[in-house]
Design a protein around this ligand. Sequence first.
Ligand code: C2E
Ligand code: CA
Ligand code: CA
Ligand code: CA
Length: 279
Amino acid sequence: KESGRNTYRFFSSSMKDKLFSRFQIENDLRKALKSDTQFELYYQPINTTINGTLEGVEALVRWNHPERGVVSPLAFIDIAEETGLIVPLGQWVIRESCRQLRWWQGMGYTSLTMSVNISSRQFRHGSFVEDIQSILVEEGVSPKHFQLEITENGLMENTEEMINTLKRLREIGFRIAIDDFGTGYSSLSYLKKFPVTSLKIDKSFVFGLPNDLGDEAIVSSTIQLAHRLGLYVIAEGVESQDALVNLKQHDCTYVQGYYFSKPLPADQFTNEILSRRTK
Ligand code: C2E
Ligand code: CA
Ligand code: CA
Ligand code: CA
């Protein structure tokens, strides 16, 4: 009986958490989008492999929830996508990343590339190209300093429409990266059709470097393939020097991961990463 009660209590509270959270996350997201003070962008450096110079940053959203503290995007991006709230949230992310980039440009860091994650629902939204273009004009930054990261699976839905949108974005000057490359279900033939500029090798393959021979095979052949297609390659999830050395041996262009830095709030990124770099 005793243990039954404990089990019950445990069960009911975790169930309540689950049922509650989905509904509450959606509710709280709506409030957060209205108040406009709860979201924050963290920035993680992307370095060149050759001499370790800073190529750019990836902007990663965080939600400073009034009761729950810092909430990871993994806990709310899916819900934002399902509810369509990703559209206003994504617009906030684009505007905020523009403002930060312009701030850094004003400090003299004029060659940084800002990478921003775009969910497929956001990308597919009718006026995405017009919207992002007008935000950049309003904020006074050029698309050539932006890389839009779109997941492999996101690209595979409605590919004809996708290719058209990508072409328009490329004409404007954006770089486009296929994110989480290797984890999705796209066929390699699509790589040729999509007008993208870069591949991001998913961290799940990078963690195993250099010891996991399977991971190494996948990573090294992806790098070769990308080079042959004239694409940049970025490896994410670089956590160790051994992984970095291995990626260098395979001529990976860019690297990103905890080995260099975790994603940081803007001020901390400016003080701890940027100010130690040459402009
Ligand atoms: P992602 O685009 O694949 O971003 C990389 C994730 O890996 C980030 O998690 C980053 O913090 C983490 N990471 C980077 N280096 C390392 C490493 O060396 N080791 C490990 N273990 N992890 C590393 P984060 O910030 O929690 O973001 C998770 C996902 O949420 C992102 O995955 C992206 O899909 C999504 N996301 C984040 N910000 C946005 C956004 O503004 N818009 C949209 N649509 N999605 C976003
Ligand atoms: Ca990404
Ligand atoms: Ca990834
Ligand atoms: Ca992802």
